[in-house]
Design a protein around this ligand. Structure first.
Ligand code: XMP
Length: 540
């Protein structure tokens, strides 16, 4: 339940709910930027970079109408990059009236090409696809490049570029292979960048975004997480009134921050439910209880349901079937517990903005139906609750900052995500108590060694997978025929793509030695060096 980037539901399929939704206090979102998504892998990154500049930002469909945009009164519009070529027949386009709304527009890569073409320029394929670092020469230091040196490194990733600029445009910067690497319209507030200011390889990329927001769009910077916390607390109080709220707690950052926010807002009207499904990590139940009771006096109900879950999983090897059964068991247990709580009207969930984007809800506009594709999928519908999702406008890094703001301890706020189906998806094949015990011991060694090496914060996720196969080994003078485990450590920003962590060899050696010496039944340790894609982070 704690992982907001879940892309494999623990329930059978995403379900659509019409349950009402309690979001962020509206006044906090009064200054906003809209990012039109043309299919870019970086759209979320652009939005995060804008929020880092204290300006609220939303991702919307590229074909949003100019009228809808006008009604939402954004301070600025950003066109993302995208994989298409603007001259192709089915290339994604935008409503051309957007250019005449008087709202500042920044086109990035494909977005720049689209704006340039729409206003009279010509876009053509480059002689050679340009990918990687390039040296940018800045010609005009005004507004967008205010305070910049004459040359900086920028990150390029494009196969097309603007060949002929329309007369109404002028070039602000170029590279040896890209004559119009930054442009602006002479009379309309329209700017374009062929390179990517949102990626960290572009030096001063954040300054560029800052300059666009503050020098060109005249933003005031109203998006602050401390205000968010205070305004959300007031907003939750207004919505909930004297009713009760229940909140599933897993010990992960999203559900913990949700619970903390609710507790600050409504104190004793909150009941949290922790379901121990027998698939948690070593000592996790105790840790969640003590963390929770140290920080709040809220009502916490712990349901020990491991027999039920392990019973349902007995004999099941298929990963999807495992997930399906876990999802059903979870709903049953939660339902049984929730029915014991008198007067509960609301169910709180730690849904984050990336979940909303992935489910398509964000792209259809602010009031679109919400799909529950993760967490306790289907629960509100089945239980007749109304939903409270106080984090649904936030990115993960913002949730972490909010957690700190609310006084949660750093180690909780920085915990690695843990999937809803828990260790079941790391125990390949049938899930049994014996196998889970092996996994828990090995997992604890990996995490504690990574913490000892001070690499926990630099690593996005670190865990162990228990393989189905056994392998031959030799211990002392005796032959062994025991289990093999894989250690999986990844670095990622968004969990959609990930690289395997390049951990130091001596750390890997220590992990391997400790697992083989200390975990009975394991005689071989492998290190997973697959990136995502093509592999996924979890093995099932
Ligand atoms: P994959 O394996 O798809 O995982 O690369 C991406 C991220 O999602 C987590 N994950 C889940 N989280 N329910 C969750 O709450 C799930 O069913 C689930 N499956 C994967 C995974 O741990 C990683 O952080």
């Amino acid at each position: 339940m704690n992982n907001s980037t879940a892309n494999r539901s623990t329930s059978e399929s995403p379900s659509t709910t019409t349950a009402s939704n309690t979001n962020t206090a509206p006044d906090l979102l009064s200054e906003r930027v809209l990012v039109l998504d043309f299919g870019s892998q970086y759209a979320q990154l652009i939005a995060r970079r804008i929020r880092e500049q204290n300006v609220y930002c939303e991702i919307v469909r590229h074909d949003i109408s100019a009228e809808t945009i006008r009604a939402r009164k954004p301070a600025a519009i950003v066109f993302s990059g995208g994989p298409s070529s603007v001259y192709e027949a089915n290339a994604p386009k935008c409503d051309p009236n957007i250019f005449h709304l008087g709202i500042p527009v920044l086109g990035i890569c494909y977005g720049m090409q689209l704006a340039s073409q729409a206003l009279g320029g010509r876009v053509e394929p480059c002689n050679r696809r340009e990918f990687g670092r390039a040296r940018l020469q800045v010609k005009s230091m005004e507004k967008l490049f205010a305070g910049f040196p004459h040359e900086i490194d920028v990150w390029m990733s494009h196969g097309d570029q603007v060949r002929d600029l329309a007369n109404d445009f002028e070039t602000l910067a170029s590279t040896p292979t890209c004559p119009h690497a930054a442009v602006r319209h002479k009379t309309l507030p329209i700017y374009g960048l062929q390179f990517h200011p949102e990626v960290s390889h572009t030096s001063l990329g954040s300054t560029l975004i800052h300059n666009f927001l503050y020098n060109i769009a005249h933003c005031e910077g109203r998006w602050h997480l401390s205000d968010f916390a205070n305004r959300s607390i007031e907003h939750i109080r207004d919505v909930v009134g004297s009713d009760r709220v229940i909140c599933g707690l897993s010990g992960g950052v999203d559900s913990s921050v949700t619970a903390a926010l609710l507790y600050k807002a409504i104190g004793p009207q909150l009941t949290c439910i922790l379901i121990d499904n027998g698939l948690l990590r070593k000592d996790e139940q105790g840790a969640v209880i003590s963390e929770f009771t140290n920080h709040f006096q809220a009502d916490l109900r712990v349901v020990n349901a491991s027999d039920r879950f392990l019973g349902d999983l007995a004999g099941i090897k298929d990963p999807q079937e495992k997930r399906r059964r876990i999802g059903h068991a979870f709903i049953d247990c939660f339902k049984a517990e929730a029915e014991k709580i008198n007067g509960a009207k609301y169910l709180a969930q730690g849904t984050l903005y990336p979940d909303v984007i992935e489910s398509g809800a964000a792209l259809d506009g602010p009031a679109a139906t919400i799909k529950l594709h993760h967490n306790v999928g289907g629960l509100p519908e089945q239980l007749g609750f109304e939903l409270i999702e106080p984090l649904r406008d936030l990115f993960k890094d913002e949730v972490r900052k909010l957690g700190v703001e609310l006084g949660l301890p750093e180690h909780l706020v920085w915990r690695h995500p843990f999937p809803g189906p828990g260790l079941a998806v790391r125990c390949l094949g049938e899930v049994t108590k014996d196998k889970l015990d092996i996994l828990r011991e090995a997992d604890e060694i990996v995490v504690s060694e990574i913490k000892n090496a001070n690499l926990y914060r630099q690593t996005s996720q670190a865990f162990v997978v228990l393989l189905e196969s056994q392998s031959v080994g030799v211990m002392g003078d005796a032959r062994t025929y025991e289990r093999a485990v894989a250690v999986r450590c990844v670095n990622t920003d968004d969990f959609m793509t990930a690289d395997w962590s390049h951990l130091p060899y001596d750390l890997l050696a220590k992990i391997s030695t400790r697992i083989i010496n200390e975990v009975r039944g394991v005689n071989r340790v492998c290190y997973d060096i697959s990136s995502k894609p093509p592999a996924t982070i979890e093995w099932e």
